[in-house]
Design a binder for this molecule. Sequence first.
Ligand code: IPE
Ligand code: IPE
Ligand code: MG
Length: 238
Amino acid sequence: MSRYKGLINPDIIPKHIAIIMDGNGRWAQKRSLPRTEGHKRGADVIEPLMDASIKLGIKTVSLFAFSVENWSRPKLEVKELWDLLKYYFQNNIERIKKKNIRIIHSGSTRRLPPSTKKIIQNAVDETKKNRKIVLNFCVNYGGRQDIVDGVNKWLKNRKPDEQLSVKKLERNLYTSGLPEVDLMIRTSGEFRISNFLLWQLAYAELVFMDVLWPDFNESHLYEAIYQYQQRERRFGKI
Ligand code: IPE
Ligand code: IPE
Ligand code: MG
């Protein structure tokens, strides 16, 4: 039992949490296992995280699973990550459907391997009526690319002399329609954003935790939410 669980105020639960699931490689290295083993164990953390999030009443969880920069890793690791993602959706889609979880994909589909693209699209289509919680998979995602793609999308239907606004750009981001990110958690002890939801994190509370992602459990989620609840969110007011 987490000591933080009982301390959580049920009236100020974040609506949208975003997580940089970092530290899989180090988790594996510490155990002299191949890095992929860390990624596999990391994937196993997602279901209990979603169960706990549903229980808490969180409405959206965004997970950073593959960044546009991750293409610079060794070819084999990249391939194994795509295989794992495919395997993850193939094996979990029925349970995701039963749990009333809606899958959304944030990220570019341009460089995605065709089979991965198909499986993600299928997960999105098959869960589009689900309402309990949104699981936003950020795959082949870059915060800068999100903004540039959004501007280009907007430009396609732009009327002559029409100007872009914050609201209009927001409607063209991958995360269009999702609530603001309230809480961003990064595991593995790194203190950076690594091109995650740059625009969407504008007023998020940031919590950095020392735990490596495969070791992340319900207690860490409670602890992060507890920390979030201790913050005073001012949004520029006094
Ligand atoms: C995060 O774990 C998962 C992905 C980036 C796909 P890492 O693979 O970055 O693990 P570390 O940071 O090397 O330990
Ligand atoms: C961020 O982690 C990307 C994901 C978790 C998918 P990285 O491990 O790629 O980030 P850096 O390289 O440490 O900034
Ligand atoms: Mg990393």
